[in-house]
Design a protein around this ligand. Structure first.
Ligand code: F6R
Length: 614
């Protein structure tokens, strides 16, 4: 949440900052702003709304300067408005700051600073931090670097910040704790800073991911210097980015979401690459090899995640219990961390996160670690905070996911969880060799089945046309496809703003059935091997009450076809792997409904891609 970008070098900063903000806009789009130093002046341009609003606002203004900072906001403290937009200035307008995170003790700091005569012009926690830095710099008579360091020792909460000073026009100071920050090392004297690598990739592949409580001092004509907030020098670890520029562009598609839906044959294949050897009959996830025995011996596995990743976790529970016979619990990270859970050293926690930055998941990991559990990560973003906080893990390799609604990340997570369950089952001997082999072969064929499924695109568009004005939707599934029902409902509500609920099909009669009438579309996942007859009965119950059935069925189905209003066929596969297929039409249905309703699918209202606040 909130994207930050900064540049110091010889080029004009403004175009770099704007392009960077556009790449980071998925992190929040309540307001955008930049501050630049030019001719000893600190110039500020900021506007409520998207980056495009900022561009129009600044179009007739002088945006020159070779040093600058920029911010795109997801509002936490203070409503979306021009005055709450970042960057924020210190009282004497010498300093400017951009910030991603939350300063939890901002109220007490603000009260103290107010008593000392500081006046604030926004409702944000961020403005308090820049006033604090200014206060320390003046009162303690220290330089900017030291003032930032002392201030960061006084704040409680999460921050990724960049500070710019009119008095130090050749310097940027960046620091982070719990919110991500990457520094790109360009040509001599040139640095790019951003919340993730997407604004940096087209300029340099050499990056430094800041660790918590580290401060980087970037000066023109000097090498980057790194200290921590205790003033101990740190050695920068520069690594090479593997990301490609094409991966973060739309490549001819209208939206990132649809591009990412269509990327799934490739992203699922990439998640499997090198991990299944059909010749040798081996499934292996290199990243967790050393921990495999520990997982097999675990008293139980606890999966922690949020949102779509939590839904993938539910599929993971079914897979691991089914294949490897190890007890699994799935927890919302946000609940887990606050409910005093019982965790022992024999527990293994699997944290699932696309971004690798979700604050609640990170906090759950920290808690489980303190209690001695082993932590395994399943993340998409290489080098992200979660991937670094875990003992071991497997990347999903889905490639950058820019659309706010998660699509290819979900199927990649389920692919990795399938591989994990198979590899644990293989090591434990809990599945017969022939069943293992059959599942491995089936899993390997999923990408081509997804490819085939994506050809039903037009049929789904036609169904979307029929239901685009519905006010509610119900999604039903059983067993492996219950989490898919939840995921289908989440996808629809987040991008089309239609109220939707996912339910285990059999639970419908315990309450939701009261909602069913001729106005209610009910999406039912009724694949051939998944409690089929029971789901057919559930469909009959809906039909008897005039509900409209959109059924996801296995190719060649006749029974459900005879009673459903609309059917979408998915290729046949093992029921355990069916979520990798049944999810796809639900993603497409949500996408087309949202488009037909005129919604911004890549940037749905109120949402942000990376939820770095609790
Ligand atoms: C839904 C969606 C969110 C995320 C959730 C967790 O489409 O994207 O529900 O799944 O915020 O995010 P990660 O996976 O980055 O931890």
């Amino acid at each position: 949440m909130c994207g930050i970008v900064a540049y110091i070098g010889k080029k004009e900063a403004y175009p770099i900052l704007i392009k960077g903000l556009q790449r980071l806009e998925y992190r929040g789009y309540d307001s955008a702003g930049v501050a630049l130093i030019h001719n000893q002046e600190l110039n500020l341009f900021k506007k409520q709304g998207k980056v495009s609003e900022l561009i129009s606002f600044a179009s007739d203004k002088d945006t020159s300067g070779t040093i600058g900072i920029g911010h795109t906001r997801w509002a936490t403290h203070g409503a979306p408005s021009d005055r709450n937009a970042h960057p924020h200035f210190s009282g004497n307008s010498d300093l400017a700051i951009i910030h991603n995170g939350i300063i939890e003790n901002y109220a007490s700091l603000k009260a103290e600073l107010s008593q000392r005569g500081h006046q604030f012009s926004s409702d944000t926690d961020t403005e308090v931090l820049i006033h604090l830095i200014e206060d320390i710099r003046i009162k303690a008579g220290v330089d900017l670097e030291e003032a930032v360091r002392i201030a960061l020792n006084e704040v409680v909460g999460a921050y990724a910040i960049v500070v710019l000073s009119k008095k130090n026009p050749d310097m940027l100071i960046a620091a982070k704790k719990s919110s991500p920050l990457v520094i790109g090392i360009g040509e001599t004297d040139e640095y790019y800073i951003a919340s993730d690598a997407t604004p940096i990739i087209e300029y340099t592949k050499n990056v430094l991911y800041l660790n918590d409580e580290e401060i980087a001092i970037l000066k023109k004509g000097e090498e980057l210097r790194l200290i921590n907030i205790k003033n101990q020098p740190k050695v920068p670890y520069i690594q090479e980015l593997e990301m490609q520029l094409e991966a973060i562009e739309k490549g001819g598609f209208d939206h990132f979401m649809i591009k990412e839906i269509f990327e799934q044959p490739t992203s699922i294949k990439n998640s499997m690459r090198g991990r299944i050897d059909l010749n040798k009959g081996i499934v292996s996830l290199g990243g967790i090899r050393e921990y495999k025995q520990k997982i097999i011996n675990a008293e139980r596995i606890i999966i922690v995640a949020c949102g779509t990743s939590w839904h993938a976790g539910l599929v993971g529970e079914y897979l691991i219990e089914d294949f490897a016979r190890i007890p699994v619990e799935v927890e919302y990270a946000s609940e887990f961390r606050y409910r005093n859970p019982i965790i022992t050293e024999s527990d293994v926690v699997i944290a699932i996160s696309q971004s690798g930055e979700t604050a609640d998941t990170l906090a759950a990991i920290k808690l489980a670690k303190e209690k001695g559990a082993t932590i395994i990560g399943i993340c998409n973003v290489v080098g992200s905070s979660i991937s670094r906080a875990t003992d071991a893990g497997s990347y999903t390799h889905a490639g950058p996911e820019i659309g706010v609604a998660s699509t290819k990340a979900f199927t990649a997570q389920v692919t990795v969880l399938s591989l994990m369950a198979l590899s644990l089952a293989q090591a434990k001997g809990s599945l017969s060799d022939s069943k293992l082999r059959q599942l491995m072969v089936e899993l390997s064929t999923i990408p081509e089945k997804v490819e085939k499924l994506l050809n039903t695109d037009n049929q789904i568009k036609a169904i979307a046309e029929k239901f685009k004005n519905a006010r509610n939707f119900l999604y039903l599934g059983r067993g492996y496809n219950f989490p898919v029902a939840l995921e289908g409902a989440l996808k629809l509500k987040e991008i089309s703003y239609i109220h939707a609920e996912g339910y285990p099909a059999a639970e419908m009669k315990h309450g939701p059935i009261a909602l069913i009438d001729e106005e209610m579309p009910v999406v039912v996942i009724a694949t051939k091997h998944g409690n089929y007859e029971k789901v057919v009965s559930n469909i009959e119950e809906v039909k008897a009450r005039n509900g409209k059935i959109i059924a996801i069925v296995t190719e060649g189905d006749t029974e459900v076809k005879a009673i459903a209003d609309y059917t979408i066929e998915v290729p046949e596969t093992d029921e355990a792997l069916s979520p990798l297929l049944t999810t796809i039409p639900l993603q497409l249905l949500s996408y087309y409904i949202a488009i037909m309703r005129g919604c911004n699918v890549d940037q749905p209202r109120n949402l942000a891609k990376s939820v770095t606040v609790e």
